[in-house]
Design a protein around this ligand. Structure first.
Ligand SMILES: [Zn+2]
Length: 205
């Protein structure tokens, strides 16, 4: 399974993402991005240059009872829209075929699966969450199929380039509409303010 270096790498990535405590301004922006309250949100996994969350880290067991495998959750409406367009065009089948035909790509994709599990395991240990119902299950169809491009892009944004080859390829494809280093956000942070002041700092919602 996962080798020790990968486990250490993912623990380090998680620690970096958890440095900045969750604040209510972030929660409010994600609520607007998703159109619903972000249950189980633990931290922002990636940010736009403007500060808006692009993807969030969600705990493995939401509300103490709902197993949630999609630990890296894409929230940027601009990214979601661009990725949805590729999905509507049926790109998952093409990517799945590439994974099956290209052995180098396949092993990189299998590694992305293992890294996803290692990252979530580090988070589960940190929070004391059970992984019983999602053990061995990553996201997006990994390790052998490509089913949800949103989940794979979420991983690429949270863990950085070079972890998920399909998430990276999708980011390349949508670069004209969405790129993590170029702000095209329709939701403006300065219009939201910080509704709950500092009171929500460090809390998991
Ligand atoms: Zn932005």
């Amino acid at each position: 399974m996962t080798n020790d270096d990968d486990i250490r790498l993912m623990r380090d990535v998680l620690d970096e993402r958890l440095v900045r405590p969750l604040d209510q301004g972030d929660v409010e922006i994600v609520r607007r991005e998703l159109g619903r309250f972000p249950r189980g949100m633990v931290a922002v996994g990636a940010r736009c240059p403007c500060g808006n969350p692009l993807a969030v880290i969600t705990r493995p067991l939401v509300d103490g009872r709902t197993p949630f495998p999609t630990t890296c959750y894409l929230t940027s409406p601009e990214a979601v829209k661009a990725v949805s367009r590729l999905e509507a065009a049926g790109r998952m089948a093409e990517y799945t075929r590439q994974v099956q035909e290209d052995s180098g790509l396949r092993s990189a994709y299998e590694r992305a699966h293992r890294l996803y599990l290692a990252f979530r395991h580090a988070l589960a240990v940190r929070l004391g969450d059970s992984e019983d119902h999602i053990e061995g299950i990553s996201a997006g169809g990994m390790p052998v199929r490509v089913k949800c491009l949103h989940a794979l892009v979420g991983q690429s944004l949270v863990m950085g380039r070079g972890v998920n080859p399909i998430g990276d390829a999708v980011l390349d494809e949508i670069a004209g509409e969405f790129a993590p280093n170029i702000c095209r956000c329709s939701i403006r942070r300065d219009e939201i303010g910080n509704p709950a002041g500092e009171s929500g700092k460090g809390k998991v919602v």
